[in-house]
Write a protein that binds this ligand. Sequence first.
Ligand code: SF4
Length: 500
Amino acid sequence: MTYTHSKKDSGSEPCSQGCPRFAFADDDHPGEECGVFGVYNHPEAAKLIYLGLYALQHRGQEGAGIVCGHEGRLTAHRGVGLVSDVFKPHKLERVAGNVGIGHVRYSTFGSSNLRNVQPLVVDYARGSMAVAHNGNLTNAGFLREALEKLGAIFQSTTDSEVIIHLISRSQGTSFTDCVIEALQQVVGAYSLAITNGQEIVAARDPRGFRPHWLGRLEDAYVVSSETCALDIIDAQWIREVEPGEVVTIGPDGLHSVKPFEPAVPKQCLFEFVYVARPDSYIFGQGVDEVRKNMGRELARQAPANADIVIAVPDSSNPAALGYSHESGLPFEVGFIRNHYVGRTFIEPEQRIRDFGVKIKLNPSRSAVAGKRVVLVDDSIVRGTTAPKIVKMLRRAGAVEVHFRVASPRIINSCYYGIDTPNRNKLIASNHTIEEIKAILDVDSLVYLNLDALLRATGGNPDHFCIACFTGDYPTLIPADYETINNSQRHVDHSTTLYER
Ligand code: SF4
């Protein structure tokens, strides 16, 4: 097999989590990824996990699931849709036990792909186990082919199922030993919560691409992708699971090992730019503060002769505030966001221009009319939504629009769990800044430079993955990644949202 570190990729469709690549009414941001949550030793574990998943909903809206264990027997409920769609009180009641894990899966459009909804649950020689995975394995296609040649049968198209097969084949003594042996064979990004109904094993890959937290609620331990989900259940923050760490939470308390070859951390910069909730702490920093720093850096790098600063809500709000603080220009609420847009809506037959954007955002005329506006967005991916937003601003009376992007140009796809489109669909991969400025129809356009973004994080600049901005991937990527991950798999339309 051939590998490369600096792959000028073309992305993959669908991604290895099995999702079609689609972004709902906003394809200028990457798709989110996944969120995991686990509770050990609490009589209401399922309800706490439900609340945790609610707080992690921004990380994935396609499907959700909870698996709890009672005396080693696992009970699961999984479904397609938002957490509130999937879990009704009587359904939650069925998921009994004082130890459990949950998962939210990132957004796709209307896919009823229940077989890919996590946690994945299986029975095997030693009992049952469930796996909740945030991230993406770069060698999953290769491992899957090898396992299939040995007779393995896969139920889903997710890379996470590979981990299950590797655990079940391990001859390790303890459950944790089996998990470690499995993880020693995979490459890429994983923040995991795995349970056999008696313990939870929380693991983070040696580069720590995705965040992963440990918390405490009285006698219970909690595992979560982000701290915002610890807050919702009043859990104390203990600490982040460290890159390369495997933590076992069981009857003997919490035990930690670092069984993998050490690697330089490569935490995902995009978690700070867009993915994580601003009220969370990840990678040792508060996300809100980092985003404000990005705005401050942007104001220093690219001042504008303007009257007001506005944001593309909600993810760009802190960066716009930072720009405002640094530049002295007043921050205004330039767009009102409709928070009640469901996953489906009825579009009028007579076409309304840019309907998809309008249903989510509307400019506030009194704020922008007659003004020279600095418009701050956290990122531009495909560049198909941004021109519509600018057009709406101009129609609302803005006399100048100065576009400021709080991250560098995205020129490569991600292999580590963020859903970015094929490289040829990334606007910055195929156009110069001048061309993008013309496409957006703005008076000026500046992207934050990479050094400034890294400075804004307050962390060690060498400890971040920057591959989507530079093409320098921190792990080996198989040269046949696309081919192997796109091999024919059956399509299952028979599973839809549970009603009873
Ligand atoms: Fe994050 Fe970009 Fe690296 Fe993916 S390639 S992990 S989105 S920084």
